[in-house]
Design a binder for this molecule. Sequence first.
Ligand SMILES: Cc1cc2nc3c(=O)[nH]c(=O)nc-3n(C[C@H](O)[C@H](O)[C@H](O)COP(=O)(O)O)c2cc1C
Length: 383
Amino acid sequence: MQSKFCDLVGIEFPLVAFSHCRDVVAAVSRAGGFGVFGATNGKMTPDQLKIELDWIDAHVDGRPYGLDIAVPENMADRDAEAVTTKALEAQIPDGHRRFVDDLLARHGIATDTAVDSDTDREIGHFLDTAERMVDEGLRHPIRLFVNALGKPPQFMIDKCHAAGVPVGALIGSKEHAMRQLEAGIDVLVAQGTEAAAHCGEVSTMVLVPEVVRALEAMGSDVPVLAAGGIVTGRQMAAVMAMGAAGAWTGSVWLTTSESDVHPAVRERLLAARSRDTLRSRAMTGKTARQLRSAWNEAWESKDSPGMLPMPYQYLLTHRALLLAEKSVDGGNDAARAMLTEGVGQGIGMVASAKSARTVVQEFMEDFADALERMSGLMEVEPC
Ligand SMILES: Cc1cc2nc3c(=O)[nH]c(=O)nc-3n(C[C@H](O)[C@H](O)[C@H](O)COP(=O)(O)O)c2cc1C
């Protein structure tokens, strides 16, 4: 396909799959899409990133893939050095801890069992760790490096460009797009409010043409990928009709057979309707779309002690959700109500678990059908 983005990253079909799961990333790239590994889950450190990217390199059959980190432009003390999870946890107010403990207890979830988040770790949101993540990423054959949550730090742009790797950034408004262009970004991911995780208020339907038009007006040829709510090939065709160079997706991969989400979370996602998500600070401390659950409803309720800023809120969420999953594994059905996940409104159209390869193939077929249907509208009947 003729697309600036395809040429830039070396693919034929501009379907991008963001995933925290290396198996999904490799499977999508092998199937002809472009997997992007999200190095942003609770256990990601520079050392862990090496392990994940080594694995992808060994399983992607030489196909191109990308990497995504989140270095928030607006986060207190992001230039503090050698910050670890334990040091941050020590600063969480007692009232917030009690609120979480009470909430978990009401769902029969024990708080005194060990979970993975108990391990003390560095956090990639902070500049010193992020720089080591960038260095590690660039030791691998990645074809695109993306930052979420604002302008990437200058070292990321400089190091990627020196290595010949294009840099992308997620944006939620036209104003964000302009700032990213000034910073020297090579790919914009215009993410509408329908999207999973951190998102703004403007819909994909409005944001994409708005950003494309603004770029055209200034003579910029930076490709714009559309994100938010896209779970089918016909939606991909629609955003490309609006000027996007491709689709950037996340939610649709959560329920694939390769995905490492907990089986009970997968079950809830497959049962979810498009109205079952909400935007809330309950998950990370910044506004993010997520599956409605007893966790976010409690934080949004009048009894809430108020959500903490990033990264503190995520530390509470991560541990609580791991405890809830463990409790479900132990046979406590009441814990299921607590389970949540970053997910977008498009999940309402995802009804069964399929392999990532099948999802890519269905995107391709549905995309082709949509194009055919549209060109059929233009055909003139012979008189
Ligand atoms: C569970 C989950 C976590 C996400 N975390 C990040 C992240 O850390 N960094 C990022 O750039 N995007 C993240 N996203 C957003 C995706 O990159 C993508 O923009 C979004 O999923 C697109 O909307 P969709 O979910 O409707 O397809 C996440 C998405 C999901 C599903």
